[in-house]
Design a protein around this ligand. Structure first.
Ligand SMILES: Cc1ncc(COP(=O)(O)O)c(C=O)c1O
Length: 270
């Protein structure tokens, strides 16, 4: 706690290296990470975190898997999240954004040498993994159509631009709010951490469900936010979000936080 971002990376890399050496890297199947952690609290890593972790893994012959289920297909402002940090994973897992959610589809993407190695393990067998709906033609057609639109309409660029407006707006409007501990995000992925005490970053007790109360107030103001455990209000809006809609999100959240603060103050005064 309280460490600078680069110190945080240094400690993580050191711990990873020690763990790999203690356990034996040949016993470690892979290192898996989301480029920006989503449901875990919308956690944006320090700039040098992914490059350092990948470097340690690759030096020990450990595969790196990028979980791009949330960040893949444009959300962070590039087609894949890892591009933002210049790292190349051995495997990527993708889902939601591959069809923009219009059809259920997920995919595993492998680097060619890894694919060839797996394929050659069973020379006469196809590379398959036994899912009932593997390679579903409707899902694949929707994905191809979706990717064409993402590219034609430059939606990753829109995510970068409008995401910047959203994050700037959230910071400008909320950074001094008594209930806000931190505003963070990248591209069109943002999180606002709700706290009881800003100075000490103390959380509300989970049973008070303050994040859920904020989200309910926001519904009254026309915007659906996702309250995560730990009272982080998470945002992952459509990549076609407009500047005006980003403003609407900021206003709704500000109003919801004000209303929640009022109701907490009223309850405390009783
Ligand atoms: C980052 C991340 N990885 C994996 C999953 C699970 O994906 P699936 O439901 O396609 O198995 C989710 C689901 O929300 C997710 O957010």
């Amino acid at each position: 706690m309280g460490a600078s971002p680069s110190e945080c990376t240094r400690r993580c890399a050191e711990e990873l290296e020690q763990t790999l050496e203690r356990e034996g890297p040949e016993t470690v199947a892979a290192f898996i990470a989301e480029p920006v952690q989503g449901t875990g609290g919308v956690v944006v890593p320090p700039e040098d975190y992914l490059p350092r972790m990948y470097e340690v893994c690759h030096r020990h012959g450990v595969l790196c898997i990028a979980d791009e289920v949330i960040t893949g297909f444009g959300r962070l402002g590039s087609l894949f999240g890892v591009e933002q940090w210049g790292v190349v994973p051995d495997i990527m897992v993708v889902a939601k954004g591959i069809t923009s959610g219009y059809f259920p589809l997920a995919a595993v993407i492998l680097r060619t040498p890894l694919f060839e190695e797996l394929r050659d393990l069973a020379p006469n067998a196809p590379f398959m993994h036994g899912f009932t709906y593997s390679g579903h033609p409707v899902g694949c057609a929707v994905a191809l159509g979706n990717i064409e639109i993402l590219e034609r309409e430059r939606l990753p660029d829109n995510a970068a631009r409008v995401g910047g407006i959203l994050l700037d707006g959230l910071r400008a409007s909320l950074a001094d709010h008594p209930l806000v501990g931190e505003v963070r995000g990248r591209g069109l992925m943002a999180g606002v951490e709700v706290v009881r005490d800003r100075g000490s970053n103390t959380k509300f007790p989970a049973e008070q469900a303050v994040g859920r109360r904020v989200a309910r107030e926001a519904v009254e103001r026309g915007v659906l936010f996702r309250p995560l455990p730990g009272d982080v209000i998470a945002m992952s809006p459509p990549l076609v979000l407009t500047d005006a809609q980003a403003g609407q999100m900021v206003d709704a959240l500000r109003g919801a936080l004000d209303a929640t603060l009022d109701s907490l103050a009223r309850a405390a005064a009783l």
